[in-house]
Design a protein around this ligand. Structure first.
Ligand SMILES: Cc1cc2nc3c(=O)[nH]c(=O)nc-3n(C[C@H](O)[C@H](O)[C@H](O)COP(=O)(O)OP(=O)(O)OC[C@H]3O[C@@H](n4cnc5c(N)ncnc54)[C@H](O)[C@@H]3O)c2cc1C
Ligand code: SF4
Ligand code: SF4
Length: 453
């Protein structure tokens, strides 16, 4: 293993570790992000130069330094800097129903866009078909036209480009690794851009998928992926259906939790590989983080509820003021609800830290990053990551050969036991609340969450 400073992005490209944040494009303008024809994920057109490697979050992220830079003087917990944690939901039923969780991102955007000191918001917008990319919105009316969560890998270079091109102050809504790239670049290359970022609304993020996922589900459902005009992964309830629209006006929808084809196409081996090494699912760099409140106490709600992590007093005040104006309802909960709703492996990186060590043993490139959660992590056994790695490489080969049907039959036969075990694991964690920290403060109860729809 080499720990010397990489001179370009070769290690990232050779190990499929790009997450398409776009920081390298700003640092080395000769780079373009392209959808790789076999990997079906976005990555740089070529390895670029030292400047590109220096800002790339697939090369490294210095969380200590970035947290000092963004939250000077604050003491990070295992969940990052935390001012308060809430469960919250928009009181606008339509907005809540269309949203991926409680509709909180859109409520926050509407409010922030109405302020005099905010010039716009840089947010993911639909372009065409399966293409989505960051765009600049300045009007409140544009907020409800934004998509819900888009789970396939997307090029994000336009977010930094918009920030560099426009004077003013902007709200940025972004997944964790997108903010890692943006702040790596801002801190190292153009610190004056920091002033242009008014507020960051971070999404909590468990994983994203390469485009083989959507092609596989299209094949299982008899849809031509080249005729897709739009896609929606969430909405119409806490979990929501995957819906795909084609240019002949047809809509195909499928249950994200119950459809076996969905479980095959959105298996974790379809994730962009850096997601397996991600330790920042809770978006340590965002001012306010919104995720799903996957809790036993919210199992019975008919529409989604958001888990909100306020990393600053300002964002806590913002949610309270939205509640005072009747735009949202919320209940404050303990920091432990982050772990409860996301599972310890996501919150603390139990798998990711062990996998990083394993890649070091193999002498393979991997991002250098230790988060504030590392002391709380209980890395899984070496055997588990070794088995995973072998299976991942095999399945990636099958994906790239577009042998989606073979992957379907593999899951239905030799992997079926593990598939059932995953549901049991979900049931134990979510419903029986196994693995709960016995020393933790009391969790949200059905009484405290009865304010939600
Ligand atoms: C790839 C991905 C993985 C996620 N994984 C988890 C998870 O494991 N656990 C969890 O609790 N929550 C996860 N989330 C967050 C969750 O799905 C909701 O996005 C979040 O709770 C906000 O819900 P909302 O109802 O407030 O947002 P909505 O009203 O649905 O608004 C979504 C907003 O996010 C923006 N957006 C959508 N997709 C992206 C994207 N790919 N990149 C950047 N911006 C985007 C849209 O422009 C819109 O502004 C994930 C989201 C994404 C995009
Ligand atoms: S992760 Fe970001 S900076 Fe690194 S190669 Fe990919 S787009 Fe470029
Ligand atoms: S899991 Fe981590 S690496 Fe993967 S998309 Fe989410 S933030 Fe990025």
């Amino acid at each position: 293993m080499t720990t010397s400073r990489p001179v370009d992005l070769r290690g990232v490209l050779d190990n499929d570790l790009c997450i398409a944040c776009g920081a390298c494009v700003a640092a080395d303008p000769s780079i373009e992000l392209r959808l790789h024809p076999e990997k079906l994920m976005f990555e740089p057109s070529h390895p670029g130069n030292q400047a590109a490697a220096d800002v790339c979050p697939a090369v490294g992220v210095d969380f200590d330094r970035l947290q000092d830079y963004l939250f000077p003087g604050a003491e990070p917990t295992a969940y990052g800097v935390v001012h308060s944690v809430m469960l919250a939901q928009s009181t606008d039923r339509d907005r809540n129903l269309k949203a991926s969780s409680g509709g909180m991102i859109k409520e926050l955007l509407v409010d922030l866009l109405s302020r005099d000191d905010v010039d716009g918001a840089i947010v993911l917008q639909h372009v065409d078909g399966l293409e989505f990319r960051p765009g600049l919105i300045t009007e409140v009316a544009e907020v409800d036209r934004l998509p819900g969560s888009i789970y396939h890998n997307l090029p994000k270079d336009r977010a930094l480009q918009l920030l560099r091109e426009n004077q003013g102050r902007y709200v940025l809504a972004a997944i964790p690794c997108e903010l890692e790239g943006i702040y790596n670049y801002v801190m190292k290359c153009e610190p004056h851009l920091r002033q242009r970022i008014h507020t960051t609304i971070g999404l909590l993020c468990g994983w994203q998928y390469n485009w083989h996922s959507i092609r596989a589900i299209c094949q299982f459902k008899g849809v031509d992926p080249d005729r897709v005009v739009d896609v929606s992964y969430r909405g119409d309830g806490p979990i929501g259906k995957l819906r795909i629209w084609t240019d002949d006006g047809n809509e195909v929808s499928t249950s994200r939790r119950l459809d076996f084809g969905y479980q095959v196409a959105f298996d974790r081996t379809f994730n962009t590989p850096r997601c397996h090494l991600c330790i920042n699912h809770a978006n340590f760099l965002a001012d306010i983080v919104v995720g799903d409140a996957w809790l036993a106490s919210t199992l019975g709600t008919k529409t989604g509820v958001s888990l909100v992590i306020n990393r600053r007093e300002d964002s806590d005040t913002l949610v309270r003021s939205l509640a005072d104006r009747g735009r949202v309802v919320f209940t404050e909960v303990s920091v432990n609800e982050i772990r409860e709703s996301q599972k310890p492996s996501i919150a603390f990186g139990n798998f990711a830290y062990a996998y990083a060590d394993y890649l070091d043993e193999l002498g393979l490139h991997r991002p250098r990053m230790d988060g504030p959660n590392k002391p709380a992590a209980r890395p899984v056994e070496r055997r588990e990551v070794a088995t995973f790695h072998t299976e991942l490489r095999r399945k990636i080969e099958l994906q790239r050969a577009r042998r989606y049907r073979l992957l379907f039959w593999r899951k239905a036969t030799r992997e079926f036991g593990r598939y059932v075990a995953r549901y049991w694991d979900w049931f134990r964690h979510r419903v029986l609340r196994a693995g709960r920290d016995p020393d933790s403060t009391p969790a949200a109860t059905r009484a405290t969450t009865s304010i939600f729809r």
